[in-house]
Design a protein around this ligand. Structure first.
Ligand SMILES: Cc1cc2nc3c(=O)[nH]c(=O)nc-3n(C[C@H](O)[C@H](O)[C@H](O)COP(=O)(O)O)c2cc1C
Length: 222
C-alpha cells in the first residue's frame, strides 16, 4: 500500500488549506493509499540550523535532517513516503514561516552540493522520484496573483521541490473565504457577499482539483 504524507502549514486545522488537504487525502485514499495528515503548528521545531552534518563525508544516511526535534519523525516519514503534499496559506506573499521551516529541513538534506559529472547538474540523494505537490490558498484574486508576481515567488517553492525530489506541481486557490463572519471584523477591503460567492461556487471546484491531485500523486509511482 502506498503512503501519502499530507503536511498542513496553516495554523487553522479546518479552514481553506486544511479542507483542500483533507480532500487531497480523500483522493489518495480512494485509490488505495494510506494517508497521514500532520499539522505543523502542533509541533515545536526549528528551521534548518545549518549544522551541515547532512553534507559531511562518510555519513551513513543521506537525505534525512540530522537535527533532532519534533519534526524528525515527520521528516523520516516524508522521505519514506510515496508522495508528499504540502499546503500553506500565503502570508505576506510567501508560505507561512512554519511551512518554510519544514521545507528547509525537508529539502536541504536531500539537496547535494555534488556535481553529477555523468548526467550534468547535481547528484540526487534519492534513487527514485518522490512526487511532491504544493497547495496554496490566498486572499488574492487570480489577477492580483499575477500582478504581485506570486507565480514567481510561490512558484520558486515548486521549482526547489522538483529539483530535489524529481516532481512537483502546485494547486493555487484564489480569493478564499477568510473570516467565518465578515461582519465582525474591520475589513471593508473585502466584499463579504463576493467572498461568500467564491466560497460557495469556486471553492468546491478547488476541492475537486485537490481530490484529483491526491489521486494523481498517490498513483504516480505505481
Ligand atoms: C498573517 C497573514 C498574512 C496574509 N498575507 C496574505 C498575502 O500576502 N496575500 C494574500 O493573498 N493573502 C494573505 N493572507 C490571507 C490568507 O492567505 C488566506 O486567508 C488563506 O486562505 C488562509 O488560509 P487558511 O484558511 O488555511 O488559514 C494573509 C493572512 C494572514 C493571517
Amino acid at each position: 500500500m502506498s503512503k501519502v504524507m499530507i503536511i498542513n502549514g496553516s495554523p487553522r486545522k479546518n479552514f481553506n488549506t486544511a479542507k483542500l488537504l483533507k480532500e487531497a487525502a480523500k483522493g489518495a485514499e480512494d485509490v488505495g493509499a494510506e494517508t497521514e495528515i500532520v499539522n505543523l503548528y502542533d509541533l515545536s521545531y526549528k528551521g534548518c540550523m545549518s549544522c551541515l552534518v547532512c553534507k559531511r563525508k562518510g555519513i551513513e544516511q543521506h537525505g534525512l535532517c540530522f537535527y533532532k526535534d519534533a519534526l524528525t519523525p515527520v521528516l523520516e516519514k516524508c522521505l519514506n513516503a510515496d508522495a508528499v503534499i504540502i499546503g500553506s496559506p500565503v502570508y505576506h506573499s510567501y508560505p507561512t514561516g512554519m511551512c518554510r521551516s519544514f521545507m528547509e529541513r525537508f529539502m536541504f538534506p536531500a539537496h547535494t552540493y555534488m556535481l553529477d559529472k555523468e548526467h550534468g547538474g547535481l547528484k540526487r540523494v534519492l534513487d527514485r522520484t518522490l512526487p511532491t505537490a504544493m497547495i496554496f490558498t490566498m486572499n488574492a484574486t487570480e489577477e492580483q496573483f499575477k500582478q504581485h508576481h506570486y507565480d514567481v515567488v510561490l512558484g520558486d517553492n515548486e521549482m526547489s521541490l522538483r529539483a530535489v525530489f524529481g516532481y512537483c506541481e502546485t494547486l493555487y486557490a484564489f480569493d478564499t473565504f477568510q473570516y467565518s463572519d465578515y461582519a465582525k471584523y474591520d475589513c471593508d477591503l473585502f466584499d463579504a457577499e463576493h467572498k461568500a460567492k467564491m466560497r460557495d461556487e469556486q471553492f468546491p471546484k478547488d476541492l475537486k482539483k485537490a481530490y484529483e491531485l491526491g489521486k494523481k500523486l498517490a498513483t504516480m509511482n505505481r
